[in-house]
Structure formats: structure tokens, C-alpha cells
Ligand binder design. Structure first.
Ligand SMILES: Nc1ncnc2c1ncn2[C@@H]1O[C@H](COP(=O)(O)OP(=O)(O)OP(=O)(O)O)[C@@H](O)[C@H]1O
Length: 347
């Protein structure tokens, strides 16, 4: 390895994936942390005196996020109270182990930890859901439930912000996915560093411009404890394709990640296209872009033995409900069984 390119006189120990610079360990720590500080201050991410919940999965991103936020909070006196929020999806051999890592983070970083489980919130663990629906669409359930569970946890903790460890690779992947799917609503908001979750608690992504490879290097050189096993259930296939494409492109030119994010940020969505607005779910009162939120539809499907309810388009959902009601000799508007709930609400 050559000398550190910042001319500090030390030998370089790594080549920065983002810029190609050869750096020593200390200079790498400094540029890595400074870039996140710059991201936070340039976007005015946190108001002094606020409480921030860090979505903590025990993985590398959220572990590095917790470590760096604590460090920057002390170094630059952000005046934040940091707490950890973990969602236990109920995945044996995965989340039970990663939660032990989060507990270790809680002790190491001296932060309060709140854990909410799918079982308590929805009555189902992911293990039970997968038994019911198989491995094909389980990521849909997990993603929808986790999103709402994090919002509910943030509300219970009465925090001002919910901060997640989404990194630059995650965001670039999401931009690609939304383009490929033609999902303009998500494309419009997926590059935002702050998103309104509709309940008044903004979600923030301080690692938005931080490359995944650098997060791994940082955790390695800082000797941070994190959980690195993949989820035991099938990975999200569609995201997987976007991820492979991005990794292939990154090999040719690492700046593609930043280029995709910047392209996403600069897109202007045609105002003529009607985009869904956020409202409150009529069933659970949590935020939704429909009258009934996706979590309630999926849950209703599970509870009624119709696990495919809510997977795919809403026209399919209507068809499934109607078919099921017919099979059960259900009337429609005057039905006294709970099966008309969704039909009445035009889901
Ligand atoms: N079970 C969970 N509990 C709390 N927060 C979570 C959980 N799963 C994901 N998150 C939050 O969402 C972010 C992105 O989720 P993703 O699925 O990429 O995480 P991961 O790969 O499990 O772990 P990490 O991103 O921490 O390495 C995480 O960094 C974390 O902030």
C-alpha cells in the first residue's frame, strides 16, 4: 500500500471504494464521519434538543449509524437524545440472534432500547406467516408490517425523529426498482433524506450518501459488533435483481451509485400524474395511502385464511373478497360477519 493520500505521513491501509483514495485508518475514520456530519448539517436533519429513535436491526448499517450518531452528537454537540428501537419479526435463527447484538449495542453505547414484536402487534410471527403463505411473498408481509411497527414504536417512544440505516446502495437500488416498476409515487420520495411518515414523526436517513462497502470497512476497522447473517427466508427477489445490476455497474465505475441517487433527486415528476396522498387507515388509524392500509389488508387475509389478499393489485383484492364471500354464502352490505369490512370500505 502507498502512503496515505491525505499526506499525514502514515501508510495507507485501504483504498476508499467511493473515491479510490488510499487512506490510513485514522484518515478514513475522519473522512467517513465528516461526510455523515456534513450530510446531517447540510440537510438540517435534527433540531437541537430532539429525541431520535435509531431503527436497530443489529446489522452493519444500523450498528454503524448508532455508533457514528453517538460520536458526532458528542463531538459536535447536536444536543440529541438517542434511543434504539428494534422490531422483532419472530424469525427463528435470525432475528432472535440479531437482537442479542442490539442488546450488546444498547450496553456498549449506553442507549435505551425498546423492542416491539410482530406477535404482540399483529398476533403473528414471521415464522407463522411463512408456514401459512410459503416463501414466495413473505417479504411483502415483513416489509409492510415492519414499516408500520417502526412508526408505532416511534410513537410509543414519543420521539421527534426515526432514523434508519439506509445507505447509498439501498437508495440507488430503490431508485432503479421504482423506475423499472414505473412507481412514480415512490420514485418521487425515495431519494428524500427526510420523509414524512404521515404521523408527524419524520424518518431520516443520515447514511444516504454512505457507500455500503465503506460501512463494512468502517465497522471492521472500528471493531464494531454487528450481526451479518442474511435473513433465513427468501430474499426480496425483485430488489435482488436491482442489487445485482447495481453491483455489476459499480465494478465498472463506483460513481454509478452517487450518479443514480443524484439523478433520482433531480427528477421532476409530471404534475398531471395523480400521486396518492397520505391519510389515516379507517381500520387501525395508522398512516395509509388507501382507505384501509396494506398492513390491515394483509392481516385480514392471514386471519381469514386468505393469505394472498393484499398481494398484487387492489382490483385482485376486491375479486378475492367477493369470491370468498360468495363461497361462504355471505350477503354483502347487510352481512353481520366481519367479512364485509373491507368490501364496504372499497378496498
Ligand atoms: N427489525 C428491525 N428493527 C429495527 N429497525 C430495522 C429492522 N430492520 C430494518 N431496520 C431499519 O431499516 C434499515 C434498513 O433495513 P435493511 O433491511 O436494509 O436492514 P438490515 O440489512 O437488516 O440491517 P442493517 O441495514 O442494519 O445492516 C436498517 O438499517 C434499520 O435502521
Amino acid at each position: 500500500m502507498p502512503m496515505c493520500s491525505r499526506k499525514c505521513g502514515k501508510n495507507a491501509v485501504l483504498k476508499r471504494p467511493k473515491t479510490g483514495d488510499a487512506l490510513c485508518k485514522e484518515c478514513f475514520f475522519e473522512v467517513f464521519e465528516n461526510e455523515i456530519h456534513f450530510t446531517i448539517t447540510r440537510a438540517n436533519l435534527f433540531k437541537p434538543g430532539s429525541t431520535v429513535a435509531i431503527g436497530a436491526s443489529g446489522g452493519k448499517d444500523s450498528t454503524v449509524l448508532a455508533y457514528v450518531l453517538k460520536l458526532l452528537n458528542e463531538k459536535y454537540k447536536y444536543g440529541l437524545k438517542l434511543v434504539l428501537l428494534s422490531i422483532d419479526e419472530g424469525i427463528t435463527g435470525y432475528r432472535d440472534d440479531s437482537l442479542k447484538t442490539v442488546e450488546q449495542n444498547r450496553d456498549d453505547y449506553e442507549m435505551e432500547l425498546k423492542v416491539l414484536s410482530y406477535k404482540d402487534l399483529y398476533g403473528w410471527t414471521m415464522d407463522e406467516i411463512v408456514k401459512q403463505i410459503g416463501r414466495k411473498n413473505n417479504c411483502t408481509f415483513c416489509g409492510v408490517f415492519r414499516r408500520q411497527a417502526l412508526d408505532r414504536g416511534a410513537m410509543q417512544l414519543n420521539v421527534d425523529y426515526l432514523s434508519t440505516g439506509h445507505n447509498a446502495d439501498d437508495i440507488a437500488e430503490t431508485v432503479l426498482m421504482n423506475i423499472l416498476r414505473g412507481d412514480l409515487a415512490r420514485l418521487k420520495r425515495c431519494t428524500s433524506i427526510i420523509t414524512d411518515s404521515g404521523d408527524g414523526i419524520p424518518r431520516v436517513k443520515p447514511l444516504k450518501y454512505t457507500y455500503e462497502k465503506e460501512i463494512v470497512m468502517y465497522a471492521y476497522f472500528r471493531k464494531l459488533v454487528y450481526f451479518s447473517t442474511e435473513c433465513v427466508f427468501a430474499p426480496n427477489a425483485y430488489r435482488g435483481h436491482a442489487r445485482i445490476l447495481l453491483k455489476d455497474l459499480e465494478k465498472i465505475d463506483p460513481s454509478v451509485i452517487m450518479n443514480i441517487i443524484q439523478s433520482g433527486e433531480s427528477l421532476v415528476i409530471n404534475e398531471d400524474r395523480k400521486l396518492p396522498s397520505l391519510t389515516k387507515c379507517q381500520k387501525c388509524a395508522y398512516v395509509s395511502s388507501q382507505q384501509i392500509c396494506k398492513a390491515c389488508i394483509l392481516l385480514e387475509g392471514l386471519n381469514r385464511g386468505l393469505p394472498k389478499l393484499g398481494i398484487g393489485k387492489s382490483s385482485r383484492v376486491n375479486k378475492l373478497i367477493t369470491e370468498n364471500n360468495r363461497q361462504n354464502n355471505c350477503c354483502n352490505d347487510n352481512c353481520n360477519k366481519n367479512c364485509t369490512n373491507l368490501v364496504k370500505n372499497n378496498v
